[in-house]
Design a protein around this ligand. Structure first.
Ligand SMILES: C[S@@+](CC[C@H](N)C(=O)[O-])C[C@H]1O[C@@H](n2cnc3c(N)ncnc32)[C@H](O)[C@@H]1O
Length: 257
């Protein structure tokens, strides 16, 4: 297990993102502004990129990991609600879904599609009581969280014993040809396609940032190590096509060693 200092160093923001912000306060302001600006066009750009591979993939991941009718789920970084919609369909009327996001613009789009509880806030400070949910999901936002150690400590606190986390993320392709194709697509093709499709919102700036955050994304090991340090067990990270990852972990049952 790395020392806390080594883990903190591995989790530190990549200097390639220095062009966007210089500290956490600025990161929060700049990213919230970008997501607010792009909110109305986010779903459409997501459809063009397919990089979250759409609502079907999100639902399939949650179902496979064990989200069932009646469960209580917190969807962190809910955005326009692409994971939240899938979660609501799986937990049904007897379940409870809470959507958390710092961007009022993104939550505004979510509220147009869904009637669920929403909370404006950050993964690092979750305004919920201890042990209040069975499941935490987060779709495509690991790259935007400034302090993963703090966020995972919050996930551990609000989860009931035995509860699970499921963090979907895109990782940097391992091969150089994979990187050329992926970044050419995100930075070149997607903004043009969304303009042709008549997107009302400015997604260009967000997608440029999106590509840079994938380029600067953390390797899986510091993320798994941060989950372990928060107290999670059974952590694992299946990967599909070399880029789609799910970071999964469980809060031990009460009394488990
Ligand atoms: C790429 S969107 C993902 C939205 C949705 N989960 C999906 O699957 O499409 C990333 C979201 O993360 C949110 N976000 C950024 N920093 C965050 C933080 N520290 N804690 C929680 N959410 C954050 C943004 O406001 C944005 O809505």
């Amino acid at each position: 297990m790395p020392t806390p200092e080594a883990r903190q160093a591995a989790l530190k923001a990549d200097p390639r993102l220095d062009a966007y912000f210089s500290d956490e306060v600025e990161r929060r302001r700049v990213t919230r502004e970008m997501f607010d600006e792009a909110a109305a066009g986010y779903d459409e750009a997501e459809r063009w990129t397919g990089l979250g591979t759409g609502p079907w993939y999100r639902r399939e991941v949650l179902r496979r990991i064990g989200l069932r009718p009646g469960m209580h789920i917190l969807d962190v970084a809910a955005g326009t609600g692409l994971v939240t919609v899938a979660a609501q369909g799986l937990v049904g009327r007897e379940g409870r879904v809470i959507a958390l996001d710092p961007s009022p613009g993104m939550l505004g789009e979510l509220k147009k599609k869904l009637s669920v509880e929403t909370l404006e806030g950050y993964a690092e400070d979750i305004p919920l009581p201890d042990a209040s949910v069975d499941f935490i999901s987060m779709g495509y936002a690991l790259r935007h969280v400034g302090d993963l150690d703090r966020a995972f400590a919050e996930y551990f606190r609000v989860l009931r014993p035995g509860g699970q986390v499921c963090l979907m993320e895109i990782s940097r392709p391992g091969s150089s040809i994979g990187r050329v194709l992926l970044f050419g697509y995100i930075r070149g093709v997607v903004p043009v396609l969304s303009r042709i499709a008549g997107s009302r919102a400015d997604v260009g700036r967000l997608w440029e940032y999106y590509g840079d955050t994938i380029d600067a994304a953390l390797e899986p090991e510091p993320i798994m190590s941060s989950l372990r340090a928060a107290g999670f067990s059974d952590e694992r990270c299946p990967v599909t096509f070399g880029i789609f990852r799910e970071y999964l972990a469980r809060k031990p049952e009460a009394g488990a060693v």
